[in-house]
Design a protein around this ligand. Structure first.
Ligand SMILES: Nc1ncnc2c1ncn2[C@@H]1O[C@H](COP(=O)(O)OP(=O)(O)O)[C@@H](O)[C@H]1O
Ligand SMILES: [Mg+2]
Length: 335
């Protein structure tokens, strides 16, 4: 977790837990590298989790989240259980505002759940930790530092000696194809290059899992395709486990081992679609398009345009609540 990520957290997040445990580390703890470490002994996984499946890296068990703001409750996540295995790329796709970012923040330990548990390996997640890296849609890089020193940040904070972190940064810059730009400044880079820096910064600390919240959402279609190809290359070289939030059905089917289709808010798992092919994939086959169509149908079924907690003018008009065709199978899904 970078200082930027730490600073992006909601400082009140840790106060929500009834059991008194803090979720957000103090900056001192974080600088000492204790963030995310469980204060007590690791908890045994209950028998309803995967038990003997040691390949499971993230185990989400009956997680629920209700926000309370100014006395108003917003139930974002109803009940989600899912396992992510080592080396898998699992995508979550669902209607805008259904709770995808909330779910990712729960897995990151940036927010406490209202119910349920997230396990990272066999440890209960009680806060952020270096075992989970984040990649943001808006890159969240430090513009006053060079490309290389942005990539090195996590190791620098962990107190890794200069020569070692420099060698590691070179290695990860090579993996994301930016070795020639090591000494460039962030404002000299295109959007796609900035996001490659973001990915290298997450990879360098060698986390168990990388969490990506619509990482290519801010990029144009062509750059987005290039980034997807690059991510596939990275997966080949690193076998990194990734949890990926996307709005694009095409992107989900192109990249994922598993696509988890979420319902509208309060969200739960609608359907888990396994994608049985190795990567890279051919986007033009009838089979590829048939899986895309299947996912679009699940999404269209969920796409209720009216927010039930805050009735909008739409609700009293003649506009149908369900808007067929809102989700597109070709590119992104508009929100
Ligand atoms: N800090 C918060 N306080 C209150 N409500 C929130 C907060 N963050 C998100 N929400 C609400 O929770 C719901 C899910 O939000 P989010 O997880 O950002 O959705 P998504 O990423 O799927 O678009 C939305 O209705 C949003 O308004
Ligand atoms: Mg979001």
């Amino acid at each position: 977790m970078s200082i930027v990520e730490w600073l992006k957290e909601d400082p009140s997040a840790g106060k929500e837990r009834a059991d008194g445990r803090r979720n957000r580390p103090s900056v001192t703890e974080w600088l000492k590298g204790d963030a995310g470490k469980r204060p007590e002994a690791p908890v045994e996984r209950p028998s309803y989790s995967m038990g003997s499946d040691y390949d499971v890296q993230i185990s989400i068990r009956n997680i629920g989240k209700t926000y309370v703001k100014n006395g108003i409750e917003t139930k974002a996540i109803d009940d989600i259980s899912i396992d992510v295995r080592k080396g898998e790329l699992v995508s979550f796709i669902g209607p805008s505002g259904c709770g995808k970012t909330t779910l990712l923040n729960l897995i990151a330990g940036l927010l406490p759940p209202t119910s349920g548990v997230v396990y990272v390996g066999d440890r209960e997640c009680v806060g952020p930790g270096r075992d989970r890296g984040m990649v943001f849609q808006d890159f969240a890089l430090l513009p006053w530092r060079t490309v290389k020193s942005n990539v090195e940040l996590g190791l620098e904070i962990a107190g890794v000696p200069k020569a070692e972190r420099s060698a590691k940064a070179d290695e990860y810059l090579r993996i994301v194809g930016l070795e020639k730009f090591a000494n460039s400044h962030i404002n000299e880079l295109s959007g796609g290059m900035k996001q490659r820096v973001g990915i290298a910064r997450a990879l360098i600390v060698e986390p168990d899992v990388i969490l990506m919240d619509e990482p290519f959402g801010a990029l144009d279609a062509q750059t987005r395709n290039l980034m997807q190809a690059q991510l596939i290359e990275i997966l080949k070289n690193t076998k990194q486990t990734i949890i990926f939030i996307t709005h694009s059905v095409d992107e989900a089917v192109y990249l994922s081992d598993k696509v988890v289709v979420l319902t509208k808010r309060p969200t739960t798992v609608n359907e888990v679609v396994e994608i049985p092919w190795s990567r890279p994939r051919n986007r033009t086959t009838p089979e590829f398009n048939s899986i895309k169509r299947e996912i679009v149908e699940y999404l269209e079924h969920e796409n209720v345009m009216v927010d039930r907690c805050h009735p909008s003018p739409l609700e009293s008009s003649a506009v149908p609540a369900v808007m067929p065709g809102h989700f597109s199978s070709d590119s992104g899904v508009s929100t």
